[in-house]
Write a new protein. Sequence first.
Length: 131
Amino acid sequence: IQEELKVTSSFGLEKAAENALRHKRKIRGRRLYQEAIDTGEASANAYHRFSLFLIKEDKSEDADKILELCKKAVELDPLTGQFQTCLGHVLKAQGQLEEGTRIMKLADEMGPKDENARLAKLLRRYLPIKD
């Protein structure tokens, strides 16, 4: 009997990462998200969830990576308001207030506003906006 299941598809790696994080296995979750992205076939949702994970982990050395992940999520799925909200907030937190505000307004136009507002509230808790 094989002791460990090998997952090679991007979708499988994304699901394994979510499962690892659900069971508080942060290092494994981070590695699996990175492996999913490294396949070149990861979904926009994988980029988004990985960026949220890094934001919650509060590692300042990941700031550029978080921005890159948010941009890629928006590139893959530009019509999802939550991806736009996350990108806008990250830009504002990195001092790009005008561009971040513009993107967040665009996200509100896309909707759903209540989900975008909940995400923005969560992001403010972990990633404060610089004045």
